[in-house]
Design a protein around this ligand. Structure first.
Ligand SMILES: NC(=O)c1ccc[n+]([C@@H]2O[C@H](COP(=O)([O-])OP(=O)(O)OC[C@H]3O[C@@H](n4cnc5c(N)ncnc54)[C@H](O)[C@@H]3O)[C@@H](O)[C@H]2O)c1
Length: 386
């Protein structure tokens, strides 16, 4: 009997859809992208090439939501559209997969969660690192207990991001702040996945308005509920990732009382043991891990391929391992929002935080009031030290 394919729509078709295309290619026996909303005509040839000549192309995402045969939508839009598109999709009865970052602040996340739960549809965030086999290998190391009590996390992300003037990424309201909300949220989400919840953060940012309205550089310290400390940074103005003697693109380091492990983009995931208290750990990683780092094998699957495979299983009512529900990923946005609060108020911020609606930069009066409210706290800036 022929398999009935699950029909989905794509809302937005910009740069990252290359990764989503690989994901949908990998499940093409059970799922098809039947419609794509994308206003830029120069992307239409890519859409036909990626999803076949039968794919419907429309300009606005609402036109995809009106298509009855579509069960779920993959939202790959600028961040200021994540909440309105998710709420509209939920109201149209579509299950939602939304690219990171879930939304511009916790208030928007909560509107998305309420809409999806109220309409009986699922809400999944494409925080792809949680489905990437190399990142998952580090999670497995942590879960063996081989590292003992983890006391330090370090997560870095280096990129050279400079879209053309007027692009949403260069606008404060379009991106939801800057590089921290847009991109350090990968690291924040991974930190929460590996190391549990964040108790408090302090943060410093650097803005050069000619480059983009929000920060292109952000440095964040976190105190974890576990007692560990974490150091995270995003640098959107570096070419250190490529060329001879390159540094790294992304890295995660975990140091514990019994050992340490790291993931480095393009290199793999590695573990080294200082001491072994468990025979199973010794058997798993081998004696070589006592004298140097050993690689942790994995199947090298990309995060987008893994995430889309799990989402499609969920749409088809099959057993699935969704690691990034809206309820889980809201916490990642909350940490980033707390980091911005720390930067503005120049003090360490404990979580949870109170959140309110997004305030557009264009609303000068509200910004002024917010600024005055931000200055009213008794604490003094401590230079970002914990
Ligand atoms: N997981 C990752 O590693 C990763 C990497 C890059 C981007 N992203 C995320 O993917 C999302 C999109 O980023 P991008 O880099 O592809 O951006 P992009 O600017 O390349 O693409 C966004 C697209 O949305 C379209 N669009 C705008 N308004 C629309 C509307 N009303 N209806 C339909 N389409 C509309 C634009 O024309 C554009 O093509 C963001 O959430 C971003 O953070 C994730």
């Amino acid at each position: 009997m022929a398999i009935v394919k699950t029909k989905v729509g794509l809302l937005g078709c910009g740069g990252i859809v290359g990764g989503h295309r690989q994901g949908f290619d990998a499940v093409s026996d059970v799922c098809e992208v039947v419609a794509v909303a994308e206003p830029r005509a120069e992307r239409h040839a890519f859409i036909t090439d990626a999803f076949g000549p039968g794919v419907q192309i429309v300009s606005d995402y609402r036109d995809v939501l009106a298509m009855a045969e579509i069960e779920g939508v993959d939202i790959v839009l600028p961040h200021d559209l994540h909440m309105p598109a998710t709420v509209a999709a939920a109201e149209a009865g579509k299950h939602v997969l939304v690219e990171k970052v879930m939304a511009r602040n916790v208030w928007e996340c909560d509107r998305m969660i309420d809409a999806c739960e109220g309409c009986g549809v699922s809400l999944t965030v494409c925080h792809d690192r949680r489905y990437n086999s190399q990142w998952a290998a580090l999670k497995e190391v942590v879960e063996t207990g081989a590292l003992g009590e983890i006391f330090f996390w370090k997560l870095d992300h280096n990129q050279d991001v400079l879209p053309p003037p007027g692009h949403w990424i260069r606008t404060y309201d379009g991106i939801g702040g800057g590089a921290i909300m847009s991109c350090l949220t990968h690291q924040i989400d991974a930190l929460r996945w590996y190391g549990g919840e964040v108790a408090s953060v302090s943060c410093m940012t650097k803005v050069i308005p000619e480059r983009m309205e929000g920060e292109f550089l952000g440095i964040m310290n976190a105190r974890m509920a576990s007692g560990a400390l974490a150091e995270l940074s995003i640098n959107w103005w570096t070419q250190s990732r490529s060329g001879p003697h390159a540094l790294w693109y992304e890295m995660v380091q975990a140091c514990g009382t019994l050992g340490e492990a790291y993931y480095q983009h393009g290199k793999g995931t590695f573990v080294r043991l200082h001491d072994v208290v468990d025979d199973a750990v010794r058997a798993r990683f081998g004696d070589a891990a006592l004298t140097g780092f050993v690689e942790v094998p994995n199947d090298g699957k990309s995060g987008h391929v893994g995430c889309i495979a799990e989402w499609v299983k969920a749409l088809r009512g099959e057993p699935t391992e969704i690691r990034t529900s809206g309820r889980v990923c809201r916490g990642t946005v909350e940490v980033a929002e707390a980091a911005y609060l720390s930067d503005r108020e120049k003090r360490e911020i404990a979580l949870p935080i109170e959140s309110g609606p997004w305030i557009d930069r264009s609303d000068a009066e509200q910004i002024r009031k917010q600024f005055e409210a931000d200055q009213s706290g008794p604490e003094q800036w401590n230079g970002g030290k914990l």
